[in-house]
Design a protein around this ligand. Sequence first.
Ligand SMILES: Nc1ncnc2c1ncn2[C@@H]1O[C@H](COP(=O)(O)OP(=O)(O)O)[C@@H](O)[C@H]1O
Ligand SMILES: C=C(OP(=O)(O)O)C(=O)O
Ligand SMILES: [Mn+2]
Length: 525
Amino acid sequence: MRKASVPTPVSQLLESSSFINLSAPELIECALRNQEGILANNGALAVTTGKYTGRSPEDRFFVKDEWTSETIDWSRNQHINESVFLSLLKKMTQYLNHLHEKYVFRGFAGADARYRLSIQVVNEYAWQNLFCSQLFIKPTKQELMHHQPEFTILSAPGFKANPSFDGTRSEAFIIISLHHRIVLIGGTAYAGEIKKSVFTILNFLLPQKGVMPMHCSANVDQNRRTALFFGLSGTGKTTLSHAHGRQLIGDDEHGWSEDGVFNFEGGCYAKTIRLTRKDEPQIYNSIGFGAILENVAISNETRVPDYIDARTTENTRAAYSLAYVANARIPSIGTHPDTIIFLTADACGVLPPISLLTPEQAIYHFLSGYTSKLSGTERGIIKPEATFSTCFGAPFMPLSALTYAKLLNKRIKQENVNVFLINTGWIGGPYGVGSRINLAYTRAMVTAALNDRFDRSTQFTDPIFGLHLPLSCPDVPGNILLPWQSWHDRAAYECAARQLAKHFQNNFRQFKDAPTEWINAGPLI
Ligand SMILES: Nc1ncnc2c1ncn2[C@@H]1O[C@H](COP(=O)(O)OP(=O)(O)O)[C@@H](O)[C@H]1O
Ligand SMILES: C=C(OP(=O)(O)O)C(=O)O
Ligand SMILES: [Mn+2]
């Protein structure tokens, strides 16, 4: 892969009237003065993002040029011409230069200094700059003095593209140029676009260095045993990684090197819809001064956040630094994992609450990435929709899926990792008929998996998917472990299961170049 040369000197395009790495209180003062948001009674800064309250994958592009034409998997990623990028870059820098104030964050992505990326984000909004300082890794004073950005992200939600002039799909755009080492984000204020752009860049760069980049959360127990939780949005990465008695490494993006696991980020981005102190105390208690509440309804008088209110979106969020989490591991680095859990929110109600995967099944399910898109995180999704999102994060994986699968396979084999598939979605029937599995049961299954409490001699092999199901699990009713037992109508289950198995097989056809042992690890029918 060729290295990008002669990157566009953003520093020359941007005039210097910017605030660089302001503290959280300073940024909050700016945001309140600019009327970007209000203070909630828990101390968090509450903002709304307008039209875009989730990611907009259809508006996201990579510049196709001689550096990317052969490396990016264009069957899954959208391309745009360099001329479109260059003209928007010019317009956006002009736009930012005309602002009275702009806010710059300089810091890092990657807790392992050997693999970290120096990044710079230029924000129109103070609150988005606060988001960056919460989510990315802050430099020390010394590091800031010598900081040389390797990538620059320009985020100007107020700059809207004109699709017929500018060559975008809509007024919103996220354009990544790996050659110029610049990301342009315009027209959308959803802060998740910023963090997921940096993730995407790392997912492009790190495999070249032998590091497996992963859309997963991570935590460790008292004996420093690390666990990873892979899953597409809404499947429970953030929720399940904040766990009693375990230290949080990170909730969303990690790398796995020869030496172990490291977080890319310095903070979390938790969903707050229906958040309660009782069910998710670690998340609830992390939301204080310095944190940001995105699209959470706030009472006018008391300024109390109403986490139940989904009128703006189901995808309400809290962004907070790992430093605010009572039991976080900082620097967020862990040993090689000994357990990996794949999370899927199955809206068909077919997949078992927990299954034990062979190493081949693990790669089969990693490549398949079956789950449902849940309401809100992507534009246009209003009810759960079955999807196959390869690597449990297709929108963020620029290279071919097999590149990531080979890396994962190597590490799983090397470290002899136990892999489980947990359905955090529906049981007893599909969405609308069955119900979402109780979080307490999911937590109990996770605990059993992490402590290797399953009796492998009594497990049952599911005849359709070939998955190995435990017949008992501490603190979980036995009758939900075999999925057909919680359906009223066994024939309806059978039919839904066969249909889903067919979907798996059809989807897997794209991986015809995969080793046969992976292809054969799919459904048995
Ligand atoms: N059984 C369950 N397991 C995990 N999460 C659940 C479960 N039931 C409901 N939820 C809810 O689903 C959401 C999971 O979202 P989150 O943890 O943010 O996912 P991710 O980080 O993978 O995007 C949370 O709002 C959580 O409260
Ligand atoms: C920020 C996001 O990630 P997740 O929902 O996986 O936490 C997102 O998908 O917009
Ligand atoms: Mn998350």
